[in-house]
Design a protein around this ligand. Structure first.
Ligand code: SF4
Length: 502
């Protein structure tokens, strides 16, 4: 079984999927090395991780970790509390996550509130004598202060090193308080990629929150695994007579519990949804919609048709597809005219980038380079219909300079120099200032649903026109700033020079 809920500790992405964080070449070569939809691998590799030859650098300039992904998922459940069992420094992201959470609630029309995150503030003495008493006290404090419907406990490098028995205290307090108290094992050093933190959160939710043996089924309910994006899925799925259950961010504990009652599960990005969707199907019989993601005409058509097939709504889907093609195509033609000759670059999470490049190609924008922050050779379902990289190549063609890298500034300079784009699309904005200093404006996709579906193509086209209007400002920035790197490094053509020489 691909998902193992018997243990409290999630298997890392590299263990389950063969995830890599360093690779450089043509997209088609990566697709073949992944041996996913390209066939032949299942018999050789079995259900476990694929093996891709990975470029491994000698250092990491800066990154994020699994624990932070737990913060931005488990920490965003509206009526739960997340305890960070960690030194206070692991909580440095709370400020920015709080503003993202509040913005997301406002965009969704939900009551705006602050995050409920508490750090156990482990110090040197706790590293010697253990931090379990602090954890126990913090769980009680969380209960007294907030009376939450669930308490999540995120572990950290520090607790992984000292080996605090988080399970025992969670089990005891769960019995005493009568709410789920859920350990999430997300020590930052344990996995080389932060997306394991998504899986750690989803693992805990599958084990301890999702309702087992539900008495009723909600035949018109679809779980949509997402982050904080605007509500674009309700109008789309509403056309098919379906309701949306948004999870994990900004959901309530009860909305998480009812996932087992839904008719199907979808996501906006397989990087985020892979584990939870596969777990819901395996453990609770909720079908995961196995189709390309909803980007561009081909992906959105196929995605809608598969949802319709799974929920028995085929006729409604065909009407919607026909109407939307007729509505969007003339507007898309106008945008293509305006964007003729423009070149874009996508630097985002992995599966999401596959979808966005497809949308850019629908808009007639040239894309000959992309940086994805990691690569999963396969997703948890192992189903080739989810092979988002193969879908991109088959529908929209090659990407000549396709790079896998965990967001390293020093590499990004050479990547952009290779293709010299007119603009970049980015999530995790840390790389955008470097692009700005090269005169390249960035579209920071804060609303991750911006490019979803038929309307998403028009949305993204308009955003590109907006950002190109700032080009002169960025050229002025480039003329008056300099980069913090030596000329020797800036002259190098290979962003993975250090990885190839170790
Ligand atoms: S869990 Fe580890 S890697 Fe993550 S923020 Fe804390 S110390 Fe850093």
């Amino acid at each position: 079984m691909p998902i193992n809920l018997k243990t409290a500790v999630v298997e890392t992405r590299e263990q389950r999927l063969g995830t890599i964080i360093g690779w450089d070449g043509k997209a088609s070569d990566l697709s073949h090395e992944s041996a996913y939809a390209r066939g032949g691998c299942a018999s050789k590799c079995g259900p476990k991780a694929r093996r891709i030859c990975e470029l491994r650098g000698p250092f990491t300039q800066g990154s994020i970790c699994s624990e932070q992904m737990v913060e931005c998922q488990a920490g965003n459940v509206r009526d739960a509390v997340l305890i960070q069992h960690s030194p206070i420094g692991c909580g440095a992201g709370q400020v920015i996550y709080n503003s993202i959470f509040r913005n997301g609630l406002a965009m969704r029309g939900l009551p705006v509130q602050n995050l409920h995150l508490i750090s156990t503030n482990l110090r040197e003495k706790d590293m010697v004598f253990g931090g379990i008493a602090k954890l126990e006290q913090t769980i009680r404090d969380a209960w007294e202060r907030h009376h939450p419907k669930a308490i999540f406990i995120g572990t950290s490098c520090a607790t992984g090193i000292i080996g605090d028995d988080v399970e025992s205290v969670a089990t005891a307090l769960e019995a005493e308080l009568g709410i789920p108290v859920i350990p999430l094992h997300c020590e930052g050093f344990k996995s080389k990629h932060w997306s394991t933190g998504f899986d750690a959160t989803q693992h805990g939710i599958l084990r301890q929150i999702v309702r087992k043996n539900p008495e009723k089924k909600q035949e018109d309910l679809v779980n949509v695994i997402n982050l904080w994006g605007s509500d674009v899925f309700s109008p789309i799925l509403g056309e098919l007579g379906l309701r949306v259950n948004y999870v994990v961010d900004m959901a309530t504990v009860d909305e998480l519990a009812q996932m087992s009652e839904a008719a199907a599960t979808v996501g906006f990005c397989y990087t985020l949804s892979s584990y939870l969707a596969a777990g819901l199907e395996q453990e609770f019989g909720v079908p995961e919609v196995k189709a390309p993601m909803p980007y561009g005409f081909a992906g959105t058509d196929a995605w809608l048709r598969e949802i319709a097939r799974v929920t028995n709504r085929e006729g409604k889907a065909e009407d919607y597809i026909r109407n939307e093609h007729a509505r969007v195509k003339p507007k898309l033609a106008e945008l293509r005219e305006k964007l003729k000759g423009k070149k874009g670059y996508v630097a985002t999470g992995s599966a999401y980038a596959h979808g966005l490049i497809g949308v850019l190609r629908e808009l007639g924008v040239e894309v000959d380079g992309s940086l994805v922050f990691h690569h999963d050779p396969v997703y948890d379902s192992q189903d080739p219909r989810e092979d988002s990289l193969a879908h991109l190549i088959d529908q929209y063609g090659e990407v000549d300079n396709f790079t896998v890298g965990n967001r390293q500034q020093y590499q990004f300079f050479a990547l952009l120099q290779r293709v010299k784009p007119d603009f970049i699309i980015i999530r995790h904005n840390g790389l955008a200032p470097l692009a700005a200093r090269l005169g390249i404006p960035a579209i920071p996709l804060g609303d991750e649903h911006h490019a979803v579906g038929y309307q998403g193509m028009l949305n993204l086209g308009e955003s590109i026109l907006d950002v190109l209007a700032h080009k002169k400002y960025h050229q002025d920035l480039a003329a008056h700033t300099k980069l913090p790197y030596k000329k020797w490094w800036l002259d190098q053509k290979d962003p993975f020079l250090f990885a190839r020489s170790v």
